[in-house]
Ligand binder design. Sequence first.
Ligand code: CA
Ligand code: CA
Ligand code: CA
Ligand code: CA
Length: 423
Amino acid sequence: MGRLGWPLIAGVLLLVAVVPGRAQSACSLTQLTNTTGSSFFNFFPAFNAAGNRIVFNSSADLVGSNGDGGVEAFLWDASIGFTQITNVNSALSVTPSINAAGSRVAFQSNTNPLGTNGDGNFEIFLWDASTGLIQITNTTKGNSATPKINAAGNRIAFQSTADLTGNNSDGSLEVFLWDSSTGFTQITDSVDGKSSFAPAINASGDRIAFESDADPLGGNGDGNFEIFLWDASNGLTQITNTTSGGSFFPAINAAGNRIAFQSIADLVGTNSEGNNEVFLWDSATGFTQITNTVSANSSTVSIDAAGNRITFQSNGDLLGNGSNGVEIFLWDASGGLTQVTNSNADSFFPVIAAAGNRIAFSSSANFSGNNSDGNSELFLASCPQSVAEVPAVSSLGLGVLATLLGLAAAWTLRRRRGHYGCG
Ligand SMILES: [Ca+2]
Ligand SMILES: [Ca+2]
Ligand SMILES: [Ca+2]
Ligand SMILES: [Ca+2]
C-alpha cells in the first residue's frame, strides 16, 4: 500500500462511520382494556420499572368484582392480566402510583376499607401484593392526595391539607413525605393562603419536585406558580424563577437531576405567547423548551428514568400531520418528536416506563378495531429506542471508498508485478 493509501481509506471509513444512523421507529399500539359504557373508565395509569405492570383507575367490571361501578384501582400484568386492588362501593380510589417491582401501589381514597376512615375524608393507602392493604394517613380534617411512590416502595410523596406533623394548623395545601421507617416529614410550609402540591418523587425517594406559589426561599415574592425541588441533603431549591405565567405538574427522572413540566412562562425566550408548553430542566444544562407553538396546549408530562424521553399530551398539530383533538407525543433527546397517536378522538394521561420504551395512556379512539363504542380505554404503546449506533454509509462515502480500494488494488498489483519482474 502506498504512503497515502491507508490514511486515505481510514479517513473515508471515518467519514462514512460518523453519518449517524437513525431508525426512530413508530410506536405500535395495544388496547389493554375492552369495556362498554361511558362513565369514569380506565384512566390515570402508572408503570412499574420493567413496564410490564400498569396500575390504573377504572369504574369498569374488569374481573367480575366491580358490578357497582365504583372507581377502583386495578393492576394489569402482561402475563397474568387484571387484578382488582381496591373494592369499594361507588366511592373513589384514585391516582394510583406503583413501585419499581410492581408489588406496591399507593393511592388516595375516601373509602373505609379497613374500618379506620369512618369520617370519609381522602387518605393515602398502600397496597402490598404479599401483605395487603394499610392506611398510611389517618386524619379527621383535611384531605391527602396524589401519592407518588419511590422505586423501593418505602417512600411516598403526597399533597395534603391535613396537619400530619403539627406544622400545618392553617390547613394549607402542603407536600409531605412518608417513609416506612421514619414516618411523616412536612416538606413545605406555605403561609398566607399559598399552596404547594403536585409532587413527583425520584427513584431513591430523596428528591421531590413540586409546584408552589409560596415563597419559601425569598425568590418568589411575586407569588406565581414555580417548580421547586426538595433534596433530603440540601433542602429546597427554586428551579423556575419567573414573574409572569406559571409552571406546573413536574415529573422527575430516577436520579432526580432532570425535571419535565408544563409552563405558560417564557423560560428561554421562545414562549412570549404564554401558552402551555413542555419544558425540561437539567441540573447541568438548564432549561430546554420541548414544544414550541403559538396557541396549543401541551401538558401532562411523564419522564423516563434516564431523563432522555418525555411523553405528554397536546392538542397541537406538532408534526404537521393534520391531527385534531388531543394526541400523545414522545420526545427523545436524540430522536426528537414522535406522534404516538393520530386519530379523531382524544388520548389522555400518558405515562412512560422507566426504560422509555413503553407508554400507557387512556383514549376514546378505535386504534385496533376493538373500541367502536368510543369509551375511554387503556392502551399501551411500544416505542423502541432508536437504533442509534448502527453506522449508516452514505452513497458518496461508498463511491469514494470503492474508488480508493480500486486504486489501492491496482497499485498493489503493479508493485507486485514489479517485484516479480525484478526477482
Ligand atoms: Ca369500549
Ligand atoms: Ca379520616
Ligand atoms: Ca415568581
Ligand atoms: Ca408558545
